[in-house]
Design a protein around this ligand. Structure first.
Ligand code: B12
Ligand code: SF4
Length: 520
């Protein structure tokens, strides 16, 4: 069969700071190709809807497979599915990915028959079986693990045998040089691990993978890095990088031994950074440029609320350590809709005092998270497009327009601090180097902020007519059984490839330990 894999457009955040290759979709595409299908891939982060429709006309796929990682992309996917079926009524449309795994039935309802099936969980393991069912026996779709159709739900999703078996179909992605993050222009994405053993209330990374944690072998990780000669660096996709020190060390040492000269960006936790200092020292030597560290809140009360059992002093100790390595740190903090002007003002003051880049996002309850079940505030909007943590969906204490004014003013402090004249001058050498190689992504980014972050535009987004509404959250409860949230069922302790000491460390630093049954 001819299979077209499609990634939807960029959301607000990626319109300015970065554009990353859709690795999950490349992996799913590889699974289809390995089963003998003829596969193409289009990424609407770097191509237009017109280009998609032209591709449909030319390729005339039997199956169109959308990637639905982001809730805010759901309306776009549903509309594209409907138009696809109008133009090619014989084509089967399916959707898989993170967010649709938690909202499968609603997505099918919105699509009114245009989407045949939503695949929950990891795509690689079930995609081949699904394509076979579509081709040979449609009744068998209901037996595919993770498949949800209007007629019912298949067995629970299954994991791929081993992360080492995976080989993304990177060659199918056009415009490879359009993917970048900061000076890593062009860049590729890579996974060293999958899943997260912690259980933060606002996050669905752990509920998707059933609190499991799996590793790619250092040999395979390094071979993949070596295969991407054309890029300047890699964005490491792991939810929390280098939880298991030996694993991070082994990859880093192999990179050093082989003299691989690349740059890296990653995301980790402050307590992991402090626990595995030697690993991060090594990575700083071999090219680690930037670390994202989620602090989420800057006072003890806020941190407790988000269940990160890292105290503020630990957070600041981690920042000190990262500075000592000469690695840039980008901190994420979460603004709550009940913040008033005074709170924003004090945050801005704090931002001016510290050298780090701070990304301010908005507290947003997502299906698949505990907060979706415990948040008692009523949503002010159920427009999927606003669920991108850059818009507000919970009631604000300030009038909404004032909240956005304060939020953008706070984000602007960072923009001025890091993308202002002096910094651009400082970045000039880098930009010149990139331009010499024909790479303009980073330069364009430097001038885009005001056209994307503007309170008036955000208010206008709230005024758009809403065609597809999110489901109402269930009545608020105080406690949620984590098992009821999982997409992949939990395999307990054996599902986590970490040693016992690290398992103990995770248990001490997660607040869910007391609340959930041991080994969940
Ligand atoms: C890396 C990452 C990013 C990157 C890269 C995104 C990209 N273009 O690749 C960046 C930094 C850009 C990013 C940005 C944001 N992200 Co993000 N991101 C992640 C992260 C950590 C990993 C995703 C990933 O690439 N995993 C590795 C690949 C291999 O897995 P995968 O893509 O999930 O694909 C697998 C399955 O989902 C499935 N699958 C995927 N597509 C398809 C298609 C078919 C047909 C099938 C069958 C299966 C299938 O099979 C794949 C292989 O197993 C996830 C957390 C997580 N663990 O999933 C959050 C996550 C997806 N992001 C999240 C959010 C909120 C955001 C932002 C909105 C944040 C912001 N600051 O604004 C932005 C917006 C992004 C945008 N589209 O513009 C939330 C999603 C919330 C939601 N419900 O919508 C997550 C879940 C994190 C969280 N804490 O809850 N993100
Ligand atoms: S540490 Fe918390 S926020 Fe980070 S991925 Fe794990 S559960 Fe999500």
């Amino acid at each position: 069969m001819r299979v077209l894999c499609v990634h939807p457009s960029s959301l607000m955040y990626s319109r300015i700071y970065l554009r990353l290759e859709p690795l999950g979709l490349e992996l799913v595409a590889a699974a289809a190709r390995n089963a003998g299908h003829s596969v193409e891939l289009i990424d609407l982060q770097s191509e237009t809807h017109d280009a998609y429709f032209r591709r449909l006309e030319r390729f005339r796929p039997h199956v169109v497979a959308f990637s639905g990682n982001y809730l805010a992309n759901v309306p776009e996917i549903v509309d594209l599915a409907k138009t696809t079926r109008e133009r090619l009524p014989e084509t089967t449309v399916i959707v898989g990915g993170h967010s649709v795994s938690f909202t499968a039935n609603e997505v099918l309802e919105h699509a009114e028959g245009a989407i045949e099936c939503v695949v929950r969980g990891e795509g690689e393991a079930s995609f081949q079986q699904l394509l076979e069912a579509i081709e040979l026996d449609r009744a068998a779709i209901a037996k595919v693990p993770g498949a949800v159709t209007a007629r019912g739900t298949g067995p629970t999703p299954v994991f791929v045998h081993h992360l080492d078996d995976l080989d993304p179909a990177r060659d199918l992605l056009r415009h490879r040089r359009r993917y970048y993050i900061g000076q890593l222009d062009p860049c590729a994405s890579i996974e060293f691990s999958r899943g997260c053993p912690w259980d933060c209330t606002f996050c669905s990374a752990w509920t998707f993978y059933g609190r499991s944690y799996r590793l790619k072998s250092p040999e395979c990780a390094v071979a993949e890095i070596e295969s991407q000669r054309h890029v300047r660096g890699f964005f490491i996709l792991d939810d929390v990088a280098f939880i298991q020190a030996e694993h991070g060390m082994a990859i880093g040492e192999a990179i050093a031994r082989k003299g691989i000269d690349k740059m890296y960006w990653l995301e980790t936790r402050a307590d992991v950074l402090l626990r595995n200092k030697e690993v991060f020292k090594l990575w700083a030597r071999i090219g680690l440029k930037t670390m994202f560290i989620g602090l989420e809140a800057v006072d003890e009360e806020g941190l407790k609320k988000f269940r990160k059992r890292v105290t503020n002093s630990k957070n600041f100790e981690a920042l000190e350590f990262a500075r000592s390595l000469g690695v840039n740190v980008a901190i994420n903090i979460i603004a709550d809709p009940d913040w008033d002007r005074e709170r924003f003002r004090s945050i801005r003051e704090w931002l001016c005092e510290i050298p780090e880049v701070v990304n301010v996002s908005v507290n947003t309850p997502y299906p698949g998270t505990e907060t979706w079940h415990t948040e008692s505030r009523k949503l002010i909007s159920r427009d999927y497009r606003l669920f991108d943590i850059q818009h507000v969906v919970l009631p604000t204490k300030l009038p909404l327009a004032d909240f956005y004014e304060e939020l953008v003013a706070t984000q602007q402090v960072m923009n001025r601090k890091h993308l202002g004249g002096r910094q651009i001058w400082g970045a000039a050498k880098n930009v010149a180097k990139l331009l010499a190689h024909g790479q303009t992504n980073f330069l364009k980014m430097l001038f885009k902020f005001n056209s994307v972050y503007d309170p008036k535009l955000q208010m206008a987004d709230h005024a758009r007519p809403v065609v597809y509404e999110m489901p109402l959250p269930p009545p608020a409860v105080e406690r949620v059984d984590p098992a009821s949230l999982y997409v992949h069922p939990a395999r307990g302790r054996r599902g986590r490839e970490i040693d016992d000491t690290t398992e103990g460390f995770v248990d001490q630093t997660r607040m869910g330990a007391a609340a959930s049954p041991a080994g969940s």
